[in-house]
Design a protein around this ligand. Structure first.
Ligand code: HGY
Ligand code: MN
Ligand code: MN
Length: 416
């Protein structure tokens, strides 16, 4: 396969403008975004993305999970397409670039090959995966998980948000439930561009992360049940305070992760206290533990230690403990051919690069199970993400999108 010439680059200004146009939809309160999945804002962002894709000459299909596939034809309509994309949904206090850079980076590739009059043998399909974040409807990477055949579609439809709204109903309500069955599409390869969401690339002054592996994840949803009673008149020895169970398990999660340094992380990010009244001792606390490691045995050891110790902690407080795994995937190793295409592209384009393990989960982690898959990362300021202050430079966006461009177009095979 002929590699694209080193002078082939995307239009960085156009990409940067598209990212900031998309950021106007579902603005946060501090300069970032709150465009959570299946909200009206998500629907609005989808319409904008669809319009841009159609203006670039692509046809847009939508599957039963709402995932969007924008197709640019190749010279061989039967050749397996090269897919490229990420997600447009955000955290409630999300940044402008998490996911969006990967979707609009894919669109920019098509806009660039259109401008350059480049034809490829294989079609190129730009993808927006529904509900990557998993913040409104757990688990994360829900639609790509259904596509990869590891999550059942109807189970996904029944997932509920905090207000008891069903995923399937909300998908219909915003008008983005497609007809196409999920998972039928065959891919030659899938590439995803994403900000690092960690500090390594910036700290080392490296432009490109060549993602060889990702961390595995376990989300353990825990319920500690005590007894709600008056915070003023209940004698201390009589209390069954579920809040103390949360406090001690929070510390236990931290200790377990610290025991496995540097190969593990752990925290509790989502907490609901019931009845959450100033003068009622917490009757019940529901929270989700997020354990991650790129080593499967470490991940499993952390879960085992938590499940061994948490019930005893709660029992000593007069409380009960229940848990269920609400999200999981094992550490992915990405496809070496695709990883090499990314590394060679960075080399050819003169961008500094290094191998990296992705700390965050991505749709690529699931798609890696059904297609040759790889990721390219760019730095982000202070490694900050899942925070409205998330920031990247236009140069970093350009470097990532240029490398993505070369990897995708080379894999799609330029037709002279
Ligand atoms: O949780 C994750 O790693 C991803 O950002 N959804
Ligand atoms: Mn993301
Ligand atoms: Mn994210």
């Amino acid at each position: 396969m002929a590699a694209p010439g080193e002078n082939l680059r995307i239009n960085a200004d156009r990409l940067w403008d598209a990212i900031h146009e998309m950021a106007k939809i579902g603005p946060g309160v501090a300069g970032g975004n709150n465009r959570q999945t299946l909200t009206d804002e998500d629907g609005e962002g989808r319409h904008l993305f669809k319009r841009w894709c159609e203006e670039a000459g692509m046809s847009v299909a939508v599957d039963e999970m709402g995932t969007m596939f924008a197709r640019r034809e190749g010279t061989d309509p039967d050749a397996l397409p090269v897919y490229v994309g990420s997600h447009l949904d955000t955290q409630p206090t999300g940044g402008r670039y998490d996911g969006v850079l990967g979707v609009l980076g894919g669109l920019e590739i098509v806009r660039s090959v259109n401008d350059l009059g480049i034809k490829t043998k294989h079609p190129i399909v730009v993808t927006n995966w529904t509900n990557e974040e998993g913040t409104r409807f757990a688990p994360a990477m829900l639609a790509s998980g259904v596509f990869a055949g590891v999550i059942d579609r109807d189970w996904a439809y029944d997932r509920q948000d905090k207000e008891g709204k069903r995923f399937g109903d909300e998908l219909e309500r915003i008008g983005w439930k497609g007809e196409e069955p999920v998972g039928g599409r065959k891919m030659k390869a899938f590439f995803e561009l994403h900000i690092e969401q960690g500090p390594i690339l910036e700290a080392e002054g490296v432009d490109i992360g060549v993602v060889t592996h990702g961390q595995g994840l376990r989300w353990i949803e825990c319920t500690v049940t005590g007894k709600g009673s008056h915070t003023g008149s209940t004698p201390m020895p009589m209390r069954k305070n579920a809040g103390r169970g949360l406090a001690q398990i929070t510390e236990l999660v931290h200790e377990i992760a610290m025991k496995h340094q540097p190969n593990a992380v752990g925290a509790i990010g989502q907490i609901d206290v019931y009845p959450n009244s100033r003068n009622i001792i917490p009757e019940k606390v529901v929270f989700t533990i997020d354990f991650r490691s790129h080593l499967l045995d470490t991940l499993e050891a952390m879960v085992a230690e938590l499940q061994e110790k948490a019930p005893g902690i709660c029992e000593a407080l007069g409380c009960s403990f229940e848990s269920t795994i609400s999200g999981q995937f094992d550490p992915p190793a990405f496809d070496e051919t695709c990883v090499k295409a990314i590394r060679d592209a960075a080399e050819r384009l003169g961008y500094s690069h290094r191998n990296i393990v992705s700390g965050a989960g991505h749709d690529a982690c699931w798609i890696n199970r059904v297609a040759q898959t790889a990721m390219v990362m760019c730095p982000c300021v202070d490694g900050l993400s899942h925070n409205e202050a998330e920031e990247i430079s236009k140069e970093w966006a350009q470097a990532g999108a240029d490398v993505l461009f070369h990897a995708v177009v080379e894999t799609a095979e330029i037709v002279e």
